[in-house]
Design a protein around this ligand. Structure first.
Ligand code: SF4
Ligand code: SF4
Length: 75
């Protein structure tokens, strides 16, 4: 319930981009998030995760849950 309330609040935020955020310093390039993204939006380049097309991200948060280093979060 608390999570839903946060998401509802963020829906009123007019920023046009998605909510996906990478704390790149925390990323080890392990690739776990790449493997779990069912939309294939993530990839590794120079040992860091990158997002291909954030506008297609469903914000399912599977990648964040898969990251043992808590490098991915959502605004
Ligand atoms: S799971 Fe975390 S540490 Fe591993 S590549 Fe993804 S963001 Fe980086
Ligand atoms: S939130 Fe879901 S769709 Fe978006 S990058 Fe992460 S795993 Fe892929």
């Amino acid at each position: 319930m608390e999570k839903k309330e946060i998401l509802d609040n963020q829906k009123s935020d007019p920023r046009p981009v998605g909510r996906w955020i990478i704390y790149i310093d925390k990323c080890t390039g392990c690739g776990e998030c790449v493997d779990v993204c069912s939309l294939g939006l993530l990839y590794i380049e120079n040992e860091k995760v990158k997002m291909k097309e954030e506008r297609y991200c469903s914000e399912c948060e599977d990648c964040a849950r898969a990251c043992a280093f808590r490098a991915i979060t959502f605004r």
